[in-house]
Design a protein around this ligand. Structure first.
Ligand SMILES: CC(C)(COP(=O)(O)OP(=O)(O)OC[C@H]1O[C@@H](n2cnc3c(N)ncnc32)[C@H](O)[C@@H]1OP(=O)(O)O)[C@@H](O)C(=O)NCCC(=O)NCCS
Length: 319
């Protein structure tokens, strides 16, 4: 069997999405728009490490790898981490060495770009925070390739029973409200001070892509932002991570997270309250299904009725 390995190319986009949905679509139905957003149009893709495998003209596998290419201060310290965003081989073509060759090519390119640690998933504009736990064969395969487990993450799900069930939390000293677009700078300053790194990066990108504030709940004390919670629905300026798999639901899906409270203000009930505020605002927008993605705070969110929905196992490899 002759297999050709070619660089990832935009004109293969639709075929890649078709292969993804054939293999993973039951659990992770991929919309074309999401593949373009997170793979073909993300500047962090490492092209030398992203390949497709073809038998004659037919697509039988692909791999996409990434490194942080943004010049932003908030992601500068991530330069020696690389990512395999996704690798997939058509199930009719497995155990023929195709996956090994795709991974070899990706790892070689990551190494050549100064990467010291490769993480599976967790890339900027990721699909998965680790290997979905139901893909046991994939887990075993990566273990054989030298990848080592470093924990688990979860997506949680919560069903709201109609408007009015969730109320806006009331604290005498703190107000929970939707971010006003004029507060953009003070909001970004808050993130830079309390949550520098990926969440700050995602907020900067949110405004660059035309976001105007309706996707952020903020907690304010004496006019100062002390907490935030991102909320998403189908009107968000890009497909946000907690609504990636919205096609699994008949009704609209909303998403909550990331979120955080100023370290100096924790332990006062504001963390749980801002999640509740997020649920309240989504519910006001007619949403009953809510996903909270990529978290290990199962007990914390459990207090608001959220249950584990998907589980991911985290793997990395040091070069
Ligand atoms: C997680 C976070 C938002 C909690 O904020 P907080 O204001 O300290 O939390 P609250 O005071 O509202 O806590 C309410 C309840 O949750 C519990 N709780 C708080 N943090 C928890 C944690 N990390 N794990 C489990 N339970 C937690 C509290 O014990 C309290 O329980 P009780 O009602 O039985 O007393 C805050 O610690 C934070 O900003 N962390 C960093 C960012 C982060 O991890 N965000 C979540 C990403 S998924």
């Amino acid at each position: 069997m002759g297999i050709d390995y070619l660089p990832l190319a935009r004109d293969k986009g639709e075929e890649i999405v078709r292969l993804w949905n054939k293999e993973l679509g039951k659990e992770f139905p991929l919309r074309k728009e999401l593949f373009y957003q997170n793979s073909l149009e993300d500047k962090n893709v490492l092209l030398e490490g992203s390949w497709i495998a073809l038998e004659k003209e037919k697509l039988v596998g692909f791999i996409i790898s990434k490194i942080w290419k943004e010049d932003l201060e908030c992601v500068k310290n991530k330069k020696d981490t690389g990512y395999i965003q996704v690798i997939l081989v058509d199930s009719d073509y497995r155990n023929k060495g195709i996956g090994s060759e795709l991974l070899r090519k990706a790892e070689e390119a990551l190494k050549a770009n100064g990467v010291k640690t490769v993480v599976l998933g967790q890339d900027p504009w990721h699909y998965f925070p680790g290997i979905p736990s139901e893909y046991i064969d994939t887990v075993e395969w990566f273990k054989k390739k030298g990848y080592v487990e470093f924990g688990e993450e979860y997506d949680l799900y919560c069903r709201l029973n109609g408007e009015g069930q969730v109320t806006l939390p009331v604290f005498p000293e703190v107000e929970f409200k939707i971010l006003d677009k004029w507060q953009k700078n003070s909001f970004l300053e808050f993130l830079n001070r309390c949550f520098p790194g990926r969440w700050e990066y995602e907020a900067i990108k949110y405004f660059e892509k035309g976001g105007e504030g309706r996707e952020f709940v903020v907690a304010e004390k004496k006019g100062k932002i002390i907490g935030f919670c991102r909320i998403n629905d189908s009107k968000s300026p890009f497909i946000a991570q907690n609504v990636y798999w919205a096609p699994l639901f008949e009704e609209e899906l909303g998403g909550i997270g990331p979120l955080g409270i100023d370290p100096e203000e924790r332990g006062k009930g504001y963390g749980l309250a801002i999640v509740q505020a997020g649920m309240y605002f989504l519910n006001q927008r007619g949403i009953r299904n809510i996903v909270i993605d990529w978290t290990n705070l199962v007990d914390f969110y459990g207090k608001l009725g959220c249950k584990v929905w998907k589980r991911y196992i985290k793997y990395e490899k040091q070069f």
